[in-house]
Design a protein around this ligand. Structure first.
Ligand SMILES: Cc1ncc(COP(=O)(O)O)c(C=O)c1O
Length: 434
């Protein structure tokens, strides 16, 4: 569930009318609900309570410092994929000792920084990486805590660009090679084999792939635990959310009921996974991103023009694929609703909501029945809190959007809109061009 709802015909985030925020801060504008962030974290935390566990929020899904602080305050650890993300966690007041460092291409500099910050574990994705971490640790006279990411070769039934747990993907170490790699890694003096990890993909909306993956790796994890006195097993992230309630639950409009069928919930996830994990007696780590931040954020945009071509009704808005790339990149669906419901509602019009960028791929929906809107109206793209702002760019020299955090009736700007001149700060017209 989330904290975006209509009251008196206006879309609210918690106790704040989003129209007020759009007018005060301008658009495009990301708005996050503090309560939704904590609520999602706590729901997962409660579901996992029967086992010793640590939830490490995937920073890549939403790395705003205020968002990270909300989660750090809730007791979250963090899943990071770069030294930059680790610096963000530290800047936000998070604990580096509760960070797991993932990613296939960690540089020596990044490893050194993470070692000095005493991260909980390096989740390693190849043998050359293990050798590199050992080498850097030896140079610093340290012992690096590591886990190997198992690629279980399980099809997660999600979008091809976010499947990570099959042998077609660059991630992890093939299931069949893991034992031998642990044996070789155990001989490296500056490594401490602390755990084992897997992550099969993102936006997985059924429990079955998680269950299949855990079942497949369990005997191996048990064996490795006994042999190397491992402390933890990370089951990764990937828990999906409802982007399109119409498809998922058959309900009209954009809201959804948690009771609707086929929705993966913390409770259904825990019910299937925990009975398998409990006998292991290991600390269980999770790395959810989207599940916590996805439905905690929306992107607000203003209608600039409505262009009717005879064939199409184009609603041209001031947000674009540079602000939210998911529709262009993943064919992702985001519900789109006007911030203010018009009296009577009027007949829905099949519309393409598009941005101003010079790319045909710059659209948020195609031929979708939407209430009639006109210049100056505002729309919200829902479920934009994960892989939204973090994937934004300045393509077409468009400044990065502003971000606002809402807490009850309070709100605050948590990232200023980028001044346009900052886009080319650091660029130079070199002397020979003058
Ligand atoms: C290793 C790892 N952990 C966690 C995540 C977070 O995934 P999600 O946001 O789907 O939970 C990812 C996402 O790509 C990942 O690669």
């Amino acid at each position: 569930m989330h904290d975006f709802h209509f009251a008196d015909g206006q879309l609210h985030c918690e106790g704040v009318a989003l129209n007020t925020l759009a007018k005060k801060f301008g658009t495009p504008l990301y708005v996050y609900s503090q309560h939704t962030l904590t609520d999602h974290f706590q729901k997962l935390d409660t579901a996992m309570a029967p086992v010793d566990h640590l939830i490490c929020f995937a920073v890549k899904s939403n790395s705003n410092l205020a968002v990270l602080r909300v989660l750090a305050n809730a007791g979250s650890g963090f899943d990071i994929v770069s030294a930059g993300e680790l610096q963000r966690v530290i800047a936000a007041g998070g604990n580096p000792r509760q960070c797991v460092f993932a990613g296939v291409g960690k540089t020596e500099k990044e490893i050194e920084f993470a070692l000095r910050q005493q991260v909980y574990s390096f989740n390693c994705e190849s043998e050359p990486e293990l050798l590199r971490i050992n080498r850097v640790a030896a140079r610093l006279k340290k012992v690096a805590p590591v886990a190997v990411r198992i690629n279980p070769n399980i099809e997660a039934h999600t979008h091809a660009k976010i499947t990570t747990g099959t042998y077609e993907n660059k991630f992890g170490i093939a299931f069949e090679q893991v034992e031998a790699i642990y044996a070789r890694a155990s001989r490296l003096k500056n490594l401490h084999l602390r755990g084992v990890q897997m992550h099969i993909g993102s936006q997985i909306t059924e429990t079955t792939p998680f269950e299949q993956a855990v079942k497949k790796v369990l005997p191996l994890v048990q064996k490795l635990k006994t042999k190397y006195a491992l402390e933890f097993f990370s089951v990764g992230g990937g828990l999906g959310i409802i982007y399109d309630p119409m498809l998922a639950s058959g309900r009209p409009a954009w809201w959804h009921s948690p009771a609707a069928k086929n929705i993966l919930t913390p409770a259904s996830y825990a019910a299937r996974i925990l009975p398998l994990l409990q006998p292991l007696g290991l600390k269980i780590l999770m790395e959810p991103g989207r599940f916590i931040s996805g439905n905690a954020g929306v992107l607000l945009t203003r209608v600039e023009f409505v262009k009717r071509t005879g064939k199409k009704n184009f609603v041209i808005v001031d947000a674009a694929m540079n602000d939210l790339i998911r529709p262009a990149f993943y064919d992702a669906h985001h519900e789109i609703v006007p911030l203010v419901k018009k009296a009577g509602g009027g007949k829905a019009v099949a519309s393409d909501v598009v941005g101003p960028i010079c790319e045909s791929g710059d659209y948020f929906c195609k031929d979708r029945p939407l209430p009639k809107v006109g210049e100056g109206d505002h729309l919200a793209l829902l479920s934009a809190g994960a892989y939204g702002f973090v994937m934004a760019s300045t393509y077409n020299t468009r400044p990065l959007a502003a971000e606002v955090l809402v807490n009850g009736k309070k709100f605050a700007l948590v990232r200023e809109r980028q001044p346009v001149k900052d886009i080319w700060a650091g660029e130079k017209v070199v002397a020979w061009l003058k």
